[in-house]
Design a binder for this molecule. Sequence first.
Ligand code: ADP
Ligand code: NG1
Ligand code: MG
Length: 472
Amino acid sequence: MDQEADNGIKNNYPPVLQLQGSRLHNARATRLKDHFVAKYKQEPEFFVRVPGRVNLIGEHVDYCGYSVLPMAIQYDIVMAVKPISEPQLQLTNTDSSHSDFQCDINSFSIEVKKGVSPPWYSYFLCGLKGVLEVLQQVSVGMLVAVTGSVPQSSGLSSSSALVSAAALAAAHANNVKMTKLEIASVSAKSERYIGTQGGGMDQAIAFLGTKGCAKHIQFNPLQSEDVKLPDGAVFVIAHSLAVLNKAKTSDFNCRVAECRLASQIMAKKRGLSWEKLCSLADLQSAVRGSLDEMISLVKEFLHEEPYSKEEICCELEVSAGCLDQLSLSNNTTHISQFKLHQRALHVYQEANRVKAFQEVCQKDMETSAALSKLGELMGQSHESLRNLYECSHPNLDKLVLLGKGKALGSRLTGAGWGGCIVALTTKDTVSDYIDTLKEKFYKGNPAAFGRDLDSLVFATEPNTGAEIYEVN
Ligand code: ADP
Ligand code: NG1
Ligand code: MG
């Protein structure tokens, strides 16, 4: 057994490995170390590596309390770190478009400006802030150099890899040991300081990923189980050539708010106390119904026409100011129309699809039948995200359409509005599928000119989660 696997299995903590002889002991880590030394005139003491992820199914359900089915990918964020005695944080990035940054390590603010992408270092500060809250004492200073290979703003969770790596670096620099579950929860909470109200899938898989299997991740409390994918299944990620920084617009938080409002209105209609009820899963627990019963409730209680803010206030019998406080976030109080029926319907149906997907993987089904069923579920998920959740993008829809007949199914992955799709193919069909997309989508597309097509469409398999590498 290699040192990575051995160390990971023995405990529930992110493994601490020796860099020498490890798989991180490569040209990329050497370049990062050289960048560190050139900048700080000293050597790093340790490295952290945190992967991005691809979500196979269960989109826009984590923040509603429902389980998801992601796997860690081969692309990651790597940081070289040296703790120092001065109470200072210094950051540098191998990508020169991300400028250097420094601040007092124990006293800083994370600026959130409406309509503007946050600067890259704010994601680091989120992870650091999360660990400072756990420490409840001052932190040692840190010199940090960062490099990343996760495509940014593309639904493969570069942001959470960065936040989670910062949290892991700060914890290790301060000799704080947190289990994978603890540090994943801290990272999920702290990424919300960037302004998006995500559910925790990305940070969970960043720490819990294991080589060879996807994960079924459940929330409240956070837990995960291995999902062995059918033999011969090959997942492909394809970039739509459109990107969206999720903290720049209110799209993401608007969906979170719509789901919260849907659960609150349905709770009130059921005579339940709704003020503290925040998620569609909480509502299901309160109602004690099945997912199918929840789908019927959505159809009975929520109309398809968009709700105005006034109508919602009227339903809940609260003032607009009170609604802003109880149910909305800073960047969603201005929104005047909310689609509650469609969003809640997507969430309950998608939660059903995650269950079905996991069951197919668990059952001893004939492989081709299992693969077609998984492909079908992925196709349904995309349709729902496009039509009910309205978080797709014309390029994503085009990629899904071009793959019909070549892949068993495909869907947008991550938050959407751009980013990537994930497609299910087999060992026998993967090359043909990738060639088809290269030919019909990328070649001749001005947005792909000069880009390496193998970095835009590639096969992936389940990878390991976060690791710490000691230099000596
Ligand atoms: P994603 O879907 O990739 O998580 P987000 O919009 O949530 O996209 O976050 C993307 C942001 O994360 C980038 O705009 C950048 O600020 C930050 N980021 C990601 N990777 C890196 C990196 N390698 N170096 C610096 N910043 C990064
Ligand atoms: P991406 O696309 O990686 O930013 C976001 C959320 C997830 C989840 C998905 C949609 C964050 C950090 N991530 O992912 O929690 O809600 O969208 O399924 O907010
Ligand atoms: Mg993100």
